[in-house]
Write a protein that binds this ligand. Structure first.
Ligand SMILES: *[C@@H]1O[C@H](CO)[C@@H](O)[C@H](O)[C@H]1NC(C)=O
Ligand SMILES: *[C@@H]1O[C@H](CO)[C@@H](O)[C@H](O)[C@H]1NC(C)=O
Ligand SMILES: *[C@@H]1O[C@H](CO)[C@@H](O)[C@H](O)[C@H]1NC(C)=O
Ligand SMILES: *[C@@H]1O[C@H](CO)[C@@H](O)[C@H](O)[C@H]1NC(C)=O
Ligand SMILES: *[C@@H]1O[C@H](CO)[C@@H](O)[C@H](O)[C@H]1NC(C)=O
Ligand SMILES: *[C@@H]1O[C@H](CO)[C@@H](O)[C@H](O)[C@H]1NC(C)=O
Length: 352
């Protein structure tokens, strides 16, 4: 029995590699590993802001990659305090049980410098053999580093655009331009962003020109009710020609959750997968907690990536998502002073 399963798998894998792509995707389609009805289990709070002279209220917006057995996390730190309110921190660990004891390296100690910096995304751009950190600083910015393990080595911010693109300026009425996300296919690199006003934007540049040459953004998707398409988009490759898009939304009760779509092109069009508050990709409706439900919001974060390149490929059989959550009983502080903490979701009832 076991041998025949192993053999069939081996044969299928071998055939899949040799067949033209239409046949190989047909074989893979038999293993549709991304269920529309997802369920997750969550840890309790794993990472807190440090109790140090910075007096940060929250740790937020984590981007994470696992390389050579080490998890590397880049995150925003937040508090309500004039100039220093949003900043970036880096830390690493080998086991989630040790995540909260990892030392923070505050990235304003590198050439990234002080001032408003938030919502980082880390990825390795193979053609340049460089790590890129993409973040918001009023514009969409990036810094680079040859060595992920040397957080002092990040370069000064360079903006992707000359100011706010007209399409965004004209559409964000009352919102904010936030949460930049870069993903590349074999031809282009794409830059997604949101406006807290119901629009998801996308720019592109040929992979040979990246990081310069980002085009005027186009509106990928819009929602008449802005809370249904709010911010914090993630786009991943599933490694088989299918892409997964997640966008953070705000529920009728004011809590954060994610809607999802799939497409066979990063340009879209995007087809809804788990795309409602009742059946979200991740949210209060489909997350079970180990211990007490410390948050009702499943908010801004990232899938753990182990494949290290600009394709941002994830394995739908083994999805884990590092997110920010917040104690729902804390209502007496301003938004920037909310006590955001990081927790980890693991997909349960995986189809694999
Ligand atoms: C790619 O994989 C996902 C997850 O297993 C699956 O849902 C999708 O149908 C696959 N796409 C193709 C084109 O095979
Ligand atoms: C989704 O899956 C869970 C766990 O298997 C199950 O309890 C639930 O009823 C399913 N929901 C839907 C809408 O299929
Ligand atoms: C991971 O290990 C490989 C092989 O030792 C090395 O070339 C690479 O630089 C390491 N990556 C990082 C980010 O440390
Ligand atoms: C972990 O971070 C520290 C800085 O806080 C850095 O010096 C060290 O090289 C990093 N370790 C790895 C394995 O990347
Ligand atoms: C949003 O941007 C599009 C594309 O530039 C533009 O046609 C449209 O008028 C803008 N909408 C508003 C409300 O400004
Ligand atoms: C908010 O309420 C909590 C608990 O009720 C209290 O400990 C805290 O001091 C309050 N914070 C402010 C800024 O009032």
């Amino acid at each position: 029995m076991i041998w025949s399963v192993v053999l069939t798998t081996l044969v299928a894998t071998t055939i899949a590699r040799k067949l033209p792509s239409s046949a190989s995707s047909l074989l893979r389609r038999q293993h549709d590993n991304l269920p529309a009805n997802l369920t997750w289990s969550s840890t309790s709070q794993l990472v807190y802001p440090k109790d140090d002279s910075r007096h940060d209220a929250g740790i937020k917006d984590p981007s994470i990659i696992s390389v050579n057995g080490t998890y590397h996390v880049f995150a925003s730190t937040a508090k309500s305090a004039g100039d220093g309110s949003y900043s970036l921190a880096y830390f690493n660990f080998t086991d989630f049980s040790k995540a909260n004891s990892a030392t923070f390296f505050y990235l304003d100690q590198s050439a990234i410098g002080t001032g408003y910096r938030a919502a980082p995304e880390i990825f390795y751009f193979e053609p340049h053999k460089l790590w890129y950190l993409v973040y918001q600083n009023g514009n969409a910015a990036y810094s680079t580093n040859k060595d992920l393990s040397n957080p002092a080595g990040w370069s000064a911010p360079t903006n992707f655009y000359n100011g706010t693109p007209a399409t965004i300026e004209n559409n964000l009425t009352g919102g904010y331009w936030v949460d930049m996300w870069v993903i590349c296919d074999s031809a282009n690199c794409h830059l997604f962003s949101s406006d807290d006003n119901g629009h998801l934007y996308r720019s592109q540049t040929p992979i040979s020109k990246f990081p310069s040459g980002m085009s005027e953004p186009v509106i990928v998707m819009s929602a008449p009710e802005k809370f249904d398409l709010y911010e914090a988009s993630n786009v991943y490759s599933l490694g088989n020609g299918t892409y997964l898009l997640l966008v953070e939304c705000i529920s009728t009760g004011g809590d954060r959750y994610f809607r999802s779509w799939t497409s066979n092109k990063i340009e879209g069009p995007w087809t809804p997968l788990a795309a409602t508050e009742q059946h979200p990709f991740m949210g209060a409706a489909n997350v079970a907690f180990d211990g007490s439900a410390w948050t009702k919001s499943i908010s801004h974060g990232e899938m753990i990536r182990t494949i290290v390149d600009q394709s941002l490929t994830i394995e739908p059989c083994e999805m884990r998502y590092l997110y920010q959550g917040v104690d729902p009983l804390v209502t007496n502080v301003t938004y920037n002073n909310l006590p955001w903490r990081l927790g980890l979701l693991t997909q349960t009832h995986s189809k694999c």
